[in-house]
Design a protein around this ligand. Structure first.
Ligand code: HEM
Length: 453
């Protein structure tokens, strides 16, 4: 049963609104009100808009799954991301989204992504080399960004054509950095032309990234050498199974930019937070290393080992509970919707603060404690399905979740096999939301060799 929702509509609206604006600019995680961690639903008004914050698993299912047709992503997704991602899978709506999803889905099915494992393991070995050679504490967030970018570039191009990995990765980061201003402008209902700080730099970064990718797609189309099985080939060949529709070069560019942006930072952050948590919980790190030693029997990690690393996977899942890389899911109602006994009008913003759902007092025991045993098959089966949603849910669930889990397990297995990570700072960095949940300062860890079993 759903208890009463909490309304935050008492005056003075202005003071409350300004406080929210200030907190949203500083860090949207701080703008999540305390009641979101204990209540199923709360709502308040920001200027002319109503905003509902949904944390109850049944209500989440309603918004994202059963009544998904009554929602869209709206301005709050298009405004921060549209300039870079165009009308690719993450930003498109309606029929334009539906056919692209049908065309792209086969590429990312669990069986389909296995083909990318050798590239993932090779990039993980390169990361291992860099970390093992680090003279002082390493910025593991930076290293993981480099590694997942290496993987996405390699799986996109399979070595045929080149891209400046450091510059392209930095462009994605520069682009995402300004998104909180765009978020705020959409929350306040400001028109699109209002100038925002950092916007010009972000647009330059988006232009650079898109022009590089456009060049690669055009070169591949001209060479007519499709068939190598990388992401560019797969998108050139992708077609809607119902209509046979194929993608234009612009649509392919939109989607490759989307995979680079949506796929690389998220996975890198999941890994960086995991390494920090393991450094702070050495006994859990030891258990993960023991599993890797047993499964690999002291040999290099191979593709067959990955499905057997059940505990390593649990460690990742628990890290993404505490630090979900996509910490806020946003929808707009395009029809009225009744949630928890209250009807919200069309136009209402619905926020699903995944960060708060994953630390909700009614859903998790000792919510702030890092405990991978919560993801043992028995414990996971006993929980409501929508209490845990690092990859979202419903028709717009992350299309890259199998790819992400595979690459993250591969990287952890290669690194933890004979490396140990040690904290050099007393407290973990504060998480800061800039579309993705990033550490507010460099995530420095000392890297030590650990004995191979
Ligand atoms: C740990 C890593 C990842 C996390 C936590 C993550 C999270 C998410 C979430 C929460 C959504 C749903 C957003 C919403 O409903 O508004 C999403 C969508 C999406 N993700 Fe991921 N993602 C990850 C990795 C990837 C990878 C590796 C790729 C591709 C290579 C990818 C591509 C996408 C795309 C294209 C969508 C849009 C799907 C659609 O709307 O049909 N993601 N992701």
């Amino acid at each position: 049963m759903i208890p009463d929702a909490v309304a935050n509509t008492s005056p003075p609206y202005l003071g409350r609104g300004l406080k929210l604006v200030h907190k949203t600019l500083r860090n949207p995680i701080e703008a999540i009100p305390a009641e979101a961690y204990v209540e199923p639903l709360s709502y308040w008004r920001v200027l002319q808009h109503e905003v509902a914050l949904v944390t109850d698993p049944d209500l989440i299912r309603q918004v994202l799954v059963s009544d998904a047709q009554a929602t869209d992503k709206g301005e709050s997704v298009r405004r921060p991301l549209g300039a870079a991602l165009g009308d690719g899978l993450l930003t498109a709506e309606g029929a334009d989204w539906r056919w692209q999803r049908r065309a792209i889905a086969p590429i990312f099915r669990a069986a389909g992504v296995d083909r990318f494992v050798p590239a993932m393991l090779a990039a993980a070995e390169r990361a291992h080399g860099r970390l093992a050679a680090a003279a002082g504490p390493a910025d593991v967030n930076h290293e993981m960004m480099r590694t997942t970018f290496d993987i996405i570039a390699e799986t996109m191009l399979s070595g045929r054509g080149s891209i400046d990995i450091d510059r392209a990765g930095a462009s994605v980061t520069a682009y995402l950095h300004q998104t909180h201003w765009a978020n705020l402008s959409s929350l306040l209902g400001l028109p699109d032309w209002v100038p925002l700080p950092g916007r010009r730099r972000a647009l330059d970064a988006a232009r650079y990234l898109r022009s590089e990718i456009e060049g690669l797609v055009a070169a591949r189309r001209a060479a007519g050498d499709a068939g190598g099985g990388d992401l560019v080939d797969l998108l050139l060949a992708a077609e809607d199974p119902t209509t046979g529709q194929r993608m234009t070069d612009i649509q392919i560019t939109d989607n490759l930019t989307t995979f680079m942006t949506a796929g690389h930072e998220t996975t890198a952050l999941a890994l960086a937070w995991t390494l920090d948590l393991l450094a702070r919980h050495p006994e859990i790190g030891r258990r993960a290393r023991d599993e890797i030693a047993t499964v690999t029997e002291g040999h290099a990690v191979t593709p067959d080992h990955l499905p057997r690393l059940a505990y390593v996977r649990q460690v990742l899942e628990e890290a993404m509970r505490l630090y979900p890389p996509a910490a806020m899911i946003v929808r707009r109602l395009v029809e009225p919707m009744t949630l928890g006994g209250r009807t919200f009008a069309s136009g209402t913003r619905i926020l699903i603060p995944v960060f708060a759902v994953h630390r909700h007092a009614a859903l998790w025991e000792a919510p702030h404690v890092f405990d991978p045993d919560r993801f043992s098959p028995e414990a996971a089966a006993a929980r409501p399905r929508y209490a845990y949603l690092p990859f979202g849910a419903g028709p717009r669930v992350c299309i890259g979740s199998s790819f992400a889990m595979l690459e993250a397990v591969a990287i952890l297995a290669v690194l933890l096999r004979d490396l140990r990570f040690v904290s050099v700072e007393a407290a973990p960095p504060e998480p800061r939301l800039e579309i993705t949940l990033r550490p507010s300062r460099p995530l420095l860890l000392r890297v030590e060799r650990s004995r191979l079993h």
